[in-house]
Design a protein around this ligand. Structure first.
Ligand code: DX5
Ligand code: ZN
Length: 218
């Protein structure tokens, strides 16, 4: 059970100290948005490269961008330990996942709430993580979509059936009140932005979330 706080809800003027606040987390989730794949615009390669140099924990980059086939490998080269592209934007997801692994990163595939998982099941052997979005990508602080839990269970079931070790991540509206149902459905990596950075003690929020998830481990 791993916690990946999203720095989207952090103070962008002080990212290094904001990373230090969550040094007890497993990953730092970095939301890259290009203003095209999603309406919002956040940060890109130069910032990820700078964060990778100072972060006490590995970077989990979530790319909400067009043309990930072209751009995603550069995030691995910039120092991200995990790079997740959106299946809706990828032209050759299998080749991209392989390229990410060759570049030394874990390869992740994200699916939006309206996208079914079944057509992509055969990609699992080339994936280290599947990210099931529990909000429409684009903004932090949105309400959790419990109707995505059957998809989480479906991904978990496929991973088990294929005997793989692919992680199942949830992202969007994950908090102390919603994390247990995610764990019950089969998620094992939990992204939380506002629930962590909105707390006075971010590290304590990370510990609380992890304990809740562990209480519902399979
Ligand atoms: C949404 C991002 C999420 C977001 C999560 O597009 O991918 O990572 O920051 O924020 P919360 O936890 O506040 O929903
Ligand atoms: Zn994200």
């Amino acid at each position: 059970m791993q916690i990946s706080p999203s720095i989207l809800s952090a103070d962008f003027a002080n990212l290094q100290s904001e990373l230090d606040r969550i040094a007890n987390a497993d990953w730092a989730h970095v939301d890259v948005m290009d203003g095209h794949f999603v309406p919002n615009l956040t940060l890109g390669l130069p910032v990820v490269e700078a964060l990778a140099k100072v972060s006490p924990i590995p970077l989990d980059c979530h790319l909400m961008i067009d043309d990930p086939d072209r751009w995603a490998p550069m995030y691995a080269e910039a120092g991200a330990s995990s790079v997740t592209f959106h299946i809706e934007a990828a032209s050759d997801p299998r080749a991209l996942a392989r390229t990410l692994r060759q570049a030394g990163a874990r390869a992740g595939m994200a699916i939006k709430p309206g996208t079914a998982f079944a057509p992509y099941e055969d990609l699992l052997s080339d994936l280290d993580m599947v990210l099931v979005m529990t909000v429409e990508p684009g903004f932090g602080g949105q309400s959790f979509m419990a109707d995505q839990m059957p998809k989480v269970a479906q991904v978990r079931e496929a991973v088990q059936r294929m005997g793989g070790e692919t992680w199942v991540q949830v992202d969007g509206g994950v908090s102390a009140t919603t994390i247990e149902q995610c764990a019950d459905a089969g998620a094992d990596v939990f992204v939380a932005g506002s629930a962590v950075y909105g707390a006075e003690d971010a590290a304590a929020a990370v510990d609380e979330l992890r304990a809740l998830a562990l209480g519902h481990a399979h």
